[in-house]
Design a binder for this molecule. Sequence first.
Ligand code: NAD
Length: 444
Amino acid sequence: MTTTSASAHATTNHAATQSLFEDAIKRLDEAGSIADINPEALERLRHPKSMIQVSIPVRMDDGSLRVFEGYRVRHDNTRGPTKGGIRYHPDVSLDEVKALAFWMTCKCAVVGIPYGGAKGGIIVNPKELSRMELERLSRGFIEQMADFIGPDTDVPAPDVYTNSMIMGWMMDEYSTIKRRYCPAVITGKPIPLGGSQGRNAATGRGAYHCITQLAKRRDWKPGKTTVAIQGFGNAAQSVARLLHADGYQIVAVSDSHGGIHRKQGLHIPSIIQAKQDTAHVKAVYCHGSVCEAVDAETITNEELLALDVDVLIPAALENQITADNVDDVKARVIVEVANGPTTSTADAALADRDVLIIPDILANAGGVTVSYFEWVQNREGFYWPLEDVEDRLGKIMAREFDAVYDIMDDKHVDLRTAAYIHALNRIGAAVEAQGTSRYFTSDG
Ligand code: NAD
């Protein structure tokens, strides 16, 4: 096991692009110049607390050995144990994990839950692995990480291409190493292994609450409001299901294989069903009986981002709306269910055109909020019914959305800057409570 510096791997998979972490810190500095925050708090947030890089040897089904590279970054723990998902993706890099960990610090502060931020990832295409290889890889990662994570230090969760089954394996491996049952070490677990009711749908549900709070302020009529969603995984499906049930016109959805578009609106429950059955959104259009029933045209992900819709929901990966395609984006509102889908250059261009962006650190905070509920339930050994989870989540999301929106109006800033100011107020207060130079240089 080795530790590594930030710079060693920061450019491994993003050589051609700007550093995601630097881009993220740029936004911190912008918001910090407006927020009433001690400069020492800002300085602390510019530097991740600790980073670890591990090699995970895995015995493959054919008897060969493959070694995978993984990372865990703890960004800041001033407000509590660090919290953040584990991503399995071929493009994972330390730079990306650092940016995602930083966003987690801000996200937990935006919704006021007592955590700092962390993130992890393994460079792997999980679709190429068998279930048993995936299990060996997941357990191998925890074997390397067991001294760095824990219910009071750092609590992982699922992210892109990881799910509740993987969280269950990881919790089991950690418990085996510690020789006691430790459900609170990880969240997003299967319900029979200490998971929380409502966790799977929580990220999408949180985004849904943001949209409905905005709809009240803008007097939207769901039947007349069009929506396009990029990505159709865990987070996208739950926000799609809830918006569809309210009557919103979801005209396009996509996944890594491409998308489907229907001007009159898609029937979301049957697409979710078909995606679960076939694994591809495109299959809904191209194959089988649902194909005829859906009556939609295929579109590319680029075309989806350029659709003339009221609400665009990027719910796949980061860096989707960039300087290259921002001029094509016609949506009036963007809801960032994915982390970091809009680059700072694109952000500025959208702000000039008065496009309202509900930023990732607010829009997708429902996931970590219910992860917090899961951790609380694990520690209490007392489990809540679904209604309690949904009720508490709804109240937190509505309250924090309104608080961020009011900061936007008061300070005449965009919603992203307002969300950072809201987060920085909470983080800054915690840093100040430990004492800053004002305290240590005073005579008293
Ligand atoms: P997931 O693995 O369940 O789904 C990802 C989806 O994106 C899949 O449908 C995949 O096909 C699609 N996709 C991948 N590459 C794509 C591309 N180039 N174009 C279009 N679609 C593409 O992941 P998820 O958990 O739903 O996470 C999606 C996003 O939401 C990520 O940015 C993640 O960080 C963020 N997020 C998730 C959670 C959560 O609780 N799941 C919480 C907060 C944020």
